[in-house]
Design a protein around this ligand. Structure first.
Ligand SMILES: [Zn+2]
Length: 283
């Protein structure tokens, strides 16, 4: 989908396994930035990476023109297609924050430490990270196009956002949760600080999140405020539950009860969801 002459959004559809023969449909956005060369923000999942590369051909660009791939964080739906991109453009370097780099370079390690049932359906394999991104770094893939790196941890320890200064376009990966959905983060207080930081970036005209449709204008701050209120609401729910539940209550039970209060009925929660709710118990 073309957003501006420079920015295209590509939606990857995939399924996340919740149990044996039990799947939930999900999607995630990658962003393609055009100039003399092509910059790809996140590579999506294994199954749809070929479609992403085909899309480039449809807009009369070659996958071989991809000259850099900054990755917002290491989760499967952002790195799963990296090996396919590497085959299409062998010289294109992958960039990521140091805290998420080990899970990109060693996907077995990520699978062990953050198990997802159909992990290898989503992730083709590892790729090397050539540069560790940190706050304030500037990336340029074409003349007059600068992506500024902002560290926005919380969803993962090494989550970053990227601000395309010339277009006022802010790419946030999964740093801004979608209110009303199942929360996924490792540190809610860090997430809150990251969203507050993103709210202060001057000159933002577009918000490009992996979890939302592209957002512009007044809706940008509304979306960020909704995300902040949602995390604060979950914090209150977990803290109230902890007052009434014995301390040895399992993370699964806590998550099911908290989700119920959020209006999400389930009797099964993934490890990463338990991590989100348990993270509120820690601070
Ligand atoms: Zn993620």
């Amino acid at each position: 989908m073309k957003i501006t002459d420079t920015i295209h959004a590509f939606k990857h559809h995939f399924r996340l396994a919740l149990g044996e023969n039990l799947y939930v449909d999900r999607w995630v956005y990658s962003y393609i930035l055009l100039g003399e060369k092509v910059c790809l923000i996140d590579a999506g999942v294994r199954g749809t990476a070929p479609q992403l590369l085909d899309y480039l051909k449809q807009i009369c660009r070659s996958p071989a023109e991809i000259s850099m791939v900054p990755i917002t964080h290491a989760h499967p739906d952002h790195i799963g297609g990296c090996p396919a991109v590497r085959k299409a453009s062998p010289a294109a370097p992958f960039y990521a924050h140091a805290a998420d780099k080990p899970w990109i370079e060693d996907v077995e390690k990520q699978y062990r430490e953050r198990p997802i049932l159909n992990f290898f359906e989503l992730v083709e394999g590892p790729v090397p990270v050539s540069k560790e991104l940190k706050e304030g770094d500037a990336l340029s893939w074409a003349k007059g196009k600068t992506l500024r790196v902002l560290e926005t941890p919380g969803h993962s320890r090494g989550s970053i956002s990227l601000f395309l200064e010339e277009e006022g376009a802010l790419f946030v990966g999964d740093a801004v949760p979608a209110a009303g959905t199942i929360p996924i983060y490792v540190d809610p207080q860090a997430s809150i600080r990251s969203i507050q930081k993103l709210k202060k970036v001057p000159g933002v005209k577009y918000l490009f999140s992996a979890w939302h449709e592209p957002i512009s204008g007044n809706q940008i701050h509304t979306t960020m405020d909704e995300a902040l209120r949602y995390i604060e609401k979950i914090d209150q729910i977990v803290k109230d539950l902890c007052k009434t539940m014995p301390p040895e209550t399992s993370g699964e039970e806590l998550s099911i009860r908290a989700l119920e209060q959020l209006g999400i009925k389930t009797n099964k929660v993934l490890q990463m969801v338990k991590t989100s709710f348990e993270s509120h118990r820690k601070n």
